[in-house]
Write a protein that binds this ligand. Structure first.
Ligand code: ATP
Ligand code: PRP
Ligand code: NIO
Length: 500
């Protein structure tokens, strides 16, 4: 999107910390990982999205004179720091998992290696962009899956939480598999199909439903989807639609992409009855489209009820990800080094909750596939520079329940590294594919999941394991840090005792 400069779209503490680093000069280069912890809707996977907007943001990162004036007006920042900001731009490296890829909890979706101040400033915007679109792309893929091959049109703009949520949300929904969106701006900006029917107000603006249908059919004979629920679906809407389709046929107008939309009432019952009426009149191939507060669970239920719906319009629940409002991606420091050091020193964040202890080090992510099925066996988070020879046996184990092990036999699996270079020394080295290309990638990616990981209830969770080297490093750091904490705790208890 052609955004205004959004460099100030950061949290104040990033800037106050930056000033602190500026005043106490450091030439530290850091590694930060952006990752999430729980699959949306307690599902079995997520789809990552939003990278193209991260790239636009990083490329354009700079402080305009009025940004500097504003920061000065806060009376928090000193002149030398503000002067430094005038020349600020991103000089680091970024690696990311390409958009549309199936991803799992705890693996880095984006890795930033940059001078500390730069890596720190970009945290909120980077997370904002990745979190939002990954959530909606994931949600869309679930809705699309529930529709079992029927097309899903994204209709959510009017209910989205703001303009970007509507426009970038529709982009993400198309990545996740929607066949198009009603949002015309998304269509223009991202070259995705725009789709739509008409509103109840169209019908209400005419003296009667039949005239409204006839007028619409005359204007759009090749995309004539008539909304049949303004007055009474079965007594008025469907009979009037059939009359208009008959008139079109009698006039020799070829009927393609035609049908009805039902937007209220019992969608299973009404669609079955409508289909029967259409079929009896010789219009059995008509599209029967439905909308009305749908989501993946309702679509799944309607399918189970045998609803005769073959096209779906989904708005509110998709664009707002109703019921699961946040992707929850976080950005954590993983390693640090002085500019001229060769090696990074790994950093770990401890937590009472083992799941929340971060993975230290400069890492990468490998995906292991079964050669016979093409399906994902597991993901392996490893240290940068590690490699795995798929001709050799590989034993992988759950990093928390370490007794859960499996050995992949050499020759039976293939390995793919997921993180790709996006920025090198501040220059973009990655070309974002068109959204419709990303949609194809996403479809292929989803095919690498077993059906068990895609079901709505209690899906199978794909294993995300750590390489032996990373596991050992994490264990050692964990023990060192825990010991340090215990010693510090003991020391403070001793001094409190002495003071008594
Ligand atoms: N057969 C069905 N099984 C389960 N849910 C259904 C079925 N048919 C419709 N629904 C859902 O039930 C809800 C219907 O809600 P409600 O009756 O409030 O609205 P409505 O029928 O669309 O009428 P209104 O025009 O007043 O909004 C919608 O979320 C709709 O998707
Ligand atoms: O139900 P959603 O999944 O959010 O899908 C979008 C909804 O937006 C429209 O309704 P709206 O009442 O806004 O307009 P209308 O008067 O044209 O029906 C449309 O008819 C859908 O019901
Ligand atoms: O084109 C439609 O039918 C449409 C568009 C937006 C919202 N609801 C319906």
């Amino acid at each position: 999107m052609s955004n205004p400069n959004i460099t100030l779209m950061t949290d104040l503490y990033e800037l106050t910390m930056m000033q602190g680093y500026y005043k106490n000069p450091t030439d530290q280069i850091v590694v930060f990982d952006a990752f999430y912890r729980v699959n949306p809707c307690d599902g079995g996977y997520a789809i990552c999205a939003g990278l193209e907007q991260v790239i636009d943001y990083i490329r354009d990162l700079h402080f305009d004179p009025d940004d500097i004036d504003y920061l000065r007006s806060l009376h928090l920042f000193e002149d030398d720091f503000l002067e430094y900001l005038r020349g600020f731009h991103f000089t680091g490296d970024i690696y990311a998992i390409p958009e549309g890829t199936v991803v799992f909890p705890r693996e880095p979706l984006v890795k930033v290696i940059a001078p500390l101040m730069e890596a720190q400033l970009i945290e909120p915007a980077l997370l904002n962009l990745i979190n939002h679109q990954s959530l909606i792309a994931t949600r869309a893929s679930r809705v699309v899956h529930a529709a079992k091959g029927d097309g899903i049109m994204e209709f959510g703009l009017r209910r989205a939480q703001g303009p970007d949520a509507g426009t970038l949300g529709a982009r993400a929904a198309v990545i996740g598999g929607c066949i198009g969106t009603s949002n015309v701006l998304t269509g223009k900006l991202f070259h995705v199909p725009v789709k739509g029917t008409h509103a109840h107000s169209w019908i209400m603006s005419f003296p009667d439903e039949l005239t409204a249908f006839r007028t619409y059919a005359k204007l759009y004979p090749n995309a004539c989807i008539l909304l049949v629920d303004t007055y009474d679906v079965l007594k008025s809407g469907v009979p009037n639609a059939i009359r208009v389709f008959q008139e079109m046929r009698d006039a020799g107008i070829p009927l393609k992409g035609y049908g009805i939309r039902i937007d209220s009432g019992d969608l299973a019952y009404l669609s079955k009855m409508a289909y029967r009426m259409l079929d009896e009149a010789g219009f059995g191939d008509a599209i029967i489209s439905a909308s009305s507060d749908l989501d993946e669970y309702l679509i799944n239920s309607l399918k189970e009820q045998g609803a005769k719906i073959n096209s779906w319009g989904v708005g509110t629940n998709l664009i707002t990800s109703n019921g699961w409002s946040a992707f929850g991606g976080v950005y954590k420091m993983a390693a640090i080094k002085n500019k001229n050091d060769r090696e990074f020193t790994p950093k770990i964040k401890l937590s009472e909750n083992t799941e929340k202890v971060t993975n230290p080090g400069n890492k990468t992510v490998f995906r292991l596939y079964s050669k016979t099925t093409g399906k994902i066996k597991a993901d392996l988070i490893a240290l940068e520079g590690e490699s795995f020879d798929p001709e050799k046996d590989l034993t992988i184990f759950d990093p928390i329940s370490t007794w859960k092990k499996t050995t992949l036999r050499g020759g039976s699996y293939s390995v793919r590294e997921l993180l790709v270079p996006v920025f090198k020394n501040g220059l973009c080295v990655y070309h974002s594919p068109e959204v419709m290309e990303i949609q194809k990638v996403c479809k292929r990616e989803l095919d690498t999941l077993w059906e068990e990981s895609r079901r709505l209830m209690n899906p199978h969770q794909v294993y995300v394991d750590l390489s032996d080297k990373l596991y050992d490093m994490k264990k050692q750091l964990f023990e060192e840090m825990s010991l340090k904490e215990q010693q510090a705790h003991r020391a403070s208890e001793d001094s409190a005792e002495k003071q008594k």
